[in-house]
Design a protein around this ligand. Structure first.
Ligand code: ADP
Length: 428
C-alpha cells in the first residue's frame, strides 16, 4: 500500500472513531457513524464526478482538491504533461520525416495493409497522376491500371523493380519498386528514368545506323569482287570502272570511320582547349583546300578575316569544325555558286560564318540537322561523300569551346552556318 493510501485509511478510521465517540456522548453512536460515513461518501463522489467530468471533457483544467484526491489529480496532471510532450515530439519527428520525404527526388507512396493510399509525396503524385489528399484511402490498384503493375502488386515478390510508362504521362518511363515494412504495410518507390530510356534508344539507333552505313559500301565492294572472281572482265575500261567504284566505296567507309573516331574522341577525351589559335591562318588554308575541291564547280569562294582575332582552343577540333562547315558549303552548293567565309568580332563575341547560295534547307529539318546521321537530302549527301556526321561533330566541337552553332537557311536561296565564341575564349 502506498503511503497516501495508508494515510487515507487512517483518516477514514479516525472519522469513524471520532463520530462513534461523539455519538456515544449523546447515545446515538450508530446514527453519528452513519452520518459521518455518508458525508465521507458524498465527498468522495464529488471528487469522482469531478474526475469523470475532466476525463470526458479533457478540455477543462484539472480539478482542484486536497488530500488523497489532490494527490491523484496531481499524478494525472503530470501524466497529461508527459503525454503532451510525447505528442509534440512525435509530431515534430513526423513532420521532419514528411519534409524529408517530400524533398526526395524520387516518388514515395505509403500504403496501408489493404493497399490503400495513406500518404504520397509530390514527385510520386506527379508521376503516378494521383491527387493527394483527395485520393487518400483509395486502393492503389484502382488508380494504376497498367497490367504489369497489377501483376507485380499481386505477386507479393518485390525483390525486383518494374519499368513502365508513367501513368500521368505515357511519354515518360518510370521504374518502380515496392518495399514491404511494418505490419503488412508497403512503400512504393518510383523514379523518372526517361533520360536513361532515351539514351538507350539513342545508343541502339546509333548502332543500327552505323551498321547500315557500313553495310551499303561493303555490299557494293563485295558485289564487284564476286563479279571479278567469277567473270573477270576482258574489257579494260570495265575493269577500271569496277576498281574506281570499289575505291570510292572504301573511301566512304574511311570517312565514316574517321568521323566516328572524331566523335568518340570528343565524347571521351577531355582535351586542353587553351592553345592560342590563329584562326585566320587556319581559315586561309581551309579556303585554299576548298578552292581545289570546288574547282570543278567553278565556285567563287571569299574569305574576310580579322587577323588580330584569335581564340583559345584546340587546333584539331577547330580545324574539324570549320572544315566540316566549309566542305558542306562546297559540296551542297551547285556550279558557279558563291561561298563567303567570315571571321570577325561582333560585340564581345568572335563569330565564324560560312554563307552559301546553294539549295538551302527546309525549315522542318533545321532542328534535327545536328543529330547523328540526320540528312535533309540523303541522296545528295551520299552522292557527295557525306557521312551524316559532319554537323554533329561541328556542334560538339563548338560547344566544347563554350560556343554555339546557329543555322539559318531558306529553301532555294542558301544557308548560313555561324559559330559564336564567347568573350572568355578571345585571346587578347
Ligand atoms: P552530311 O555528311 O550528310 O553532309 P552533315 O551532318 O554535315 O552530314 O549535314 C547534315 C545535313 O544537313 C546534310 O545531309 C544536308 O542535307 C544538310 N546540309 C548541311 N550543310 C548544308 C548546306 N551548306 N547546304 C544545304 N544543306 C546542307
Amino acid at each position: 500500500m502506498l503511503p497516501q493510501q495508508k494515510y487515507e485509511v487512517a483518516i477514514l478510521l479516525g472519522i469513524i472513531a471520532a463520530s462513534a465517540l461523539a455519538g456515544a456522548l449523546i447515545n446515538q453512536t450508530l446514527l453519528a457513524v452513519s452520518l459521518a460515513l455518508f458525508t465521507y461518501i458524498i465527498f468522495m463522489l464529488r471528487n469522482l464526478f469531478k474526475l469523470q467530468d475532466w476525463l470526458v471533457e479533457q478540455k477543462t483544467d484539472l480539478p482542484d482538491a486536497n488530500g488523497y484526491w489532490g494527490e491523484i489529480f496531481n499524478e494525472l496532471h503530470l501524466l497529461e504533461k508527459q503525454k503532451s510532450r510525447q505528442k509534440k515530439l512525435l509530431s515534430t519527428t513526423l513532420s521532419r520525416f514528411k519534409n524529408a520525404a517530400e524533398a526526395l527526388p524520387d516518388g514515395v507512396v505509403i500504403l496501408t495493409p489493404e493497399n490503400e493510399i495513406e500518404w504520397i509525396n509530390p514527385v510520386a503524385s506527379n508521376l503516378l497522376g494521383i491527387n493527394y489528399p483527395q485520393d487518400s484511402g483509395q486502393k492503389i490498384g484502382n488508380l494504376i491500371r497498367h497490367p504489369d503493375f497489377q501483376l507485380y502488386l499481386n505477386k507479393n515478390n518485390f525483390s525486383k523493380t518494374i519499368t513502365l510508362p508513367a501513368p500521368a504521362n505515357s511519354e515518360k518511363t518510370i521504374v518502380m519498386q515496392i518495399i514491404p515494412f511494418g505490419y503488412k504495410q508497403k512503400m512504393i518507390f518510383c523514379r523518372d528514368v526517361s533520360h536513361i530510356a532515351k539514351l538507350e534508344e539513342m545508343r541502339s539507333n546509333f548502332v543500327s545506323n552505323v551498321s547500315h552505313e557500313m553495310r551499303s559500301p561493303l555490299t557494293v565492294v563485295a558485289g564487284y569482287l564476286e563479279m571479278l572472281m567469277e567473270n573477270p572482265p576482258e574489257d579494260e575500261a570495265m575493269f577500271k570502272r569496277a576498281i574506281e567504284n570499289m575505291f570510292q566505296q572504301t573511301q566512304r567507309m574511311q570517312s565514316l570511320v574517321t568521323d566516328l573516331l572524331a566523335l568518340s574522341k570528343m565524347e571521351t577525351k577531355p582535351v586542353k582547349h587553351n592553345k592560342i589559335i590563329d584562326v585566320t591562318a587556319l581559315l586561309t588554308s581551309l579556303k585554299e583546300n576548298a578552292e581545289i575541291a570546288g574547282n570543278k564547280k567553278q565556285q567563287t569562294i571569299t574569305l574576310v578575316a580579322d587577323k588580330e582575332l584569335r581564340i583559345r582552343g584546340n587546333n584539331e577540333e577547330l580545324h574539324s569544325l570549320f572544315s566540316n562547315l566549309i566542305n558542306n558549303a562546297v559540296r551542297y552548293t551547285p556550279e558557279k555558286g558563291h561561298i563567303d567565309i567570315e571571321w570577325k568580332k561582333m560585340g564581345n563575341e568572335a563569330v565564324f560564318s560560312v554563307k552559301d547560295d546553294g539549295p538551302g534547307i527546309a525549315a522542318r529539318h533545321l532542328p534535327h540537322l545536328t543529330e547523328r546521321f540526320y540528312r535533309a537530302d540523303a541522296d545528295r549527301s551520299r552522292e557527295t561523300g557525306g557521312t551524316g556526321l559532319g554537323l554533329a561533330i561541328a556542334k560538339y566541337a563548338v560547344e566544347r569551346h563554350d560556343g554555339r552553332l546557329q543555322i539559318k537557311s531558306i529553301l532555294g536561296k542558301g544557308s548560313t552556318f555561324s559559330c559564336y565564341f564567347p568573350a572568355q575564349r578571345l585571346a587578347t
